[in-house]
Design a protein around this ligand. Structure first.
Ligand code: SAH
Ligand code: MG
Length: 215
């Protein structure tokens, strides 16, 4: 289920242009292989945000084939991206090596939370933007690990928080297959809306984005 009206999304995406022909090809490949990369409207929105906010350091959880990492690197930021699946990380490394962003993107392999806790020191490492786009039941773990590495004004953006509308209503998950993800995502949204260190808003862009600003 699309979280927005299909004709409206189609209309908006009519204005979408790939940032480079290589990224256009990578999108086509990823979509054909059913790798869940950021949707076109999400990409446009993230580009707008990075162009406006000008983050210098970005942390991403969930690399997949390295598509969104390259979109982030396009704004000139240094990107650290974490991927649990070794094969996926290898594919991403291959894609990034042949891109103009090889120097800008570092891939770390392992669980998002573990890697954050092992590799970064609170008070020493700091990110201006964190993009959470990995295991949908584990967003809270990723956020709790990343938050101490943020400063006032840092942005934490969580993707797919509306889970194809099922976060809003169980009727969009009639078989109950995604029950656990849905329950955890609802809890996560409540958590970030009520978190004293965050100002949060959820927008119906792509598959739902939660925008949290560190206070
Ligand atoms: N951000 C990418 C898409 C990521 S898809 C893009 O838009 O281009 C989600 C990825 O998260 C998958 O590749 C999956 O292997 C990875 N993943 C799943 N659980 C994870 C975890 N616990 N830690 C880190 N990565 C994880
Ligand atoms: Mg996503």
């Amino acid at each position: 289920m699309n979280i927005t009206n299909e004709l409206v999304t189609e209309y908006i995406n009519g204005f979408y242009r790939p940032m480079t022909s290589e990224l256009g090809e990578l999108r086509d490949e990823a979509e054909a292989a059913k790798v869940p990369i950021i949707l076109r409207e999400t990409e446009s929105f993230l580009n707008f945000i990075t162009a406006t906010v000008r983050p210098r350091k970005i942390l991403e959880i969930g690399t997949a084939v390295g598509y969104s990492a390259q979109v982030f690197a396009m704004c000139g930021a240094e990107v650290v991206t974490i991927e649990k699946d070794e094969k996926m990380a290898q594919t991403a490394a291959h894609n990034i090596e042949k891109s103009p962003f090889a120097e800008k993107i570092k891939i770390l392999v392992g669980d998002g939370e573990d890697i954050i806790r092992e590799n970064f020191k609170i008070g020493l490492d700091c990110f201006d933007l964190v993009f959470i786009d990995a295991a949908k039941s584990h967003y809270k773990r990723f956020l709790d690990a990343a938050l101490p590495l943020c400063k006032s004004g840092s942005l934490i953006i969580s993707d797919n928080v509306l889970l194809k509308a099922a976060t809003a209503s169980d009727s969009y998950d009639p078989s109950g297959r995604f029950k656990t993800n849905i329950k955890n995502m609802r809890r996560y949204i409540e958590y970030i809306y009520s978190h004293p260190q965050l100002q949060t808003t959820v927008i119906a862009c792509g598959d739902g984005l939660a925008l949290s600003r560190c206070i």
